[in-house]
Write a protein that binds this ligand. Structure first.
Ligand SMILES: [Zn+2]
Length: 321
């Protein structure tokens, strides 16, 4: 039995791929990867020797998940396990320059929405708050909600989860960057974040775009559980009662050094009637699985420095085919 779609509540799934994971991988690996596979075989499925995952495409909205899908409780147990094993679970050290570049880009992108001093900015799931630190230098009041306990200068921690916020707490800008690809109930998270926005103020949402040429069945199925496209993120935003301002693909410098394509969205809370919800179907996601030359070019254009290599690849394929 597959769950209803976490974005649109649809129940028509199409299997677009499968991948089997074996317990024996625990013997031959180490470090952060092994720790995540221990979540799979020791925390979630201790009785299993192997698990076959199906990648599922929602026919109503184009969202992709995998099954068996972890529940909210499974994901909670995952975080507790990873936190208690934090020494082994440390990610690769992140580049300070890259992090500063990301923070500067975000500030440039969103400054127009928080002009003037004293604006309240919340980074939900923002670690130590470094991504929004530049806003505090511009006179903003910056806050973070995260399990990470130490914050950078100028950023105040309000608690572990949204439950720690006062229900009356409102913000002029909320940042939710690389968070909702990890959660069991992304609609619930966005709806709760909307409730903490002032009328007229905006939320910035960024997620990795991991559907490209093949189904997103990663080396380990523990870190990301939701796979968005532009269309399915827009649908989620609308269903949460927020009005999309922009939802688009962007090139993003990842903290570990490589560049990644992301879906970046700005959405506004507005008084009055909720937005009309658009369900785009699965055709757009199928195009990402089997991209046309035009789609490949569009993707290459997201990062101009990648274009000569893409053009050369295409040209040499033509010539030598
Ligand atoms: Zn759906």
């Amino acid at each position: 039995m597959h769950p209803p779609c976490p974005v649109c509540d649809g129940t028509e799934w199409e299997t677009i791929g499968t991948r089997v994971h074996h317990r024996s991988v625990l013997q031959s690996t180490e470090g952060p990867f092994q720790l995540r596979m221990r979540v799979l075989f020791e925390v979630w499925h201790p009785e299993r020797e192997s698990i076959a995952f199906e990648s599922l495409l929602c026919r109503r909205c184009g969202f992709v998940i995998y099954a068996p899908r972890p529940t909210a409780d499974d994901l909670d147990r995952k975080y507790r396990f990873l936190t208690s094993s934090a020494r082994d679970g440390r990610e690769k050290p992140q580049s300070v320059e890259r992090e500063a570049e990301r923070a500067a880009r975000l500030e440039a992108k969103l400054a127009a929405f928080v002009r003037g001093s004293g604006k309240r900015i919340l980074d939900y799931g923002g670690g130590d708050g470094r991504l929004i630190a530049p806003f505090s230098q511009q006179g903003g009041k910056c806050f973070v909600v995260d399990y990470v306990t130490a914050t950078v200068e100028g950023v105040t921690r309000l608690g572990d989860t949204l439950d720690d916020l006062d229900s009356e707490d409102r913000f002029d800008l909320i940042v939710c960057s690389h968070v909702i690809e990890h959660v069991a109930e992304p609609l619930r998270v966005l709806t709760r974040l909307r409730d903490h926005l002032l009328d007229g103020s905006v939320i910035y949402i960024e997620v990795p775009m991991e559907i490209w040429k093949k189904p997103p069945l990663h080396k380990e199925p523990v870190t990301h559980v939701n796979f968005f496209t532009v269309d399915s993120l827009r649908t989620l935003i609308q269903r949460s009662g927020l009005h999309p301002v922009t939802v688009r693909l962007e090139d993003s410098p990842h903290p570990d050094g490589h560049h990644a394509v992301v879906v970046a969205a700005i959405a506004r809370r507005l008084p009055g009637s909720p937005p009309q919800v658009k369900y785009s179907g699965a055709a757009g996601t199928r195009q990402l699985l089997h991209p046309s030359f035009g789609a490949r070019l569009h993707r290459a254009l997201l990062r101009p420095t990648a274009l000569p290599a893409a053009a050369w690849h295409k040209m040499t394929r033509r010539v030598f085919k």
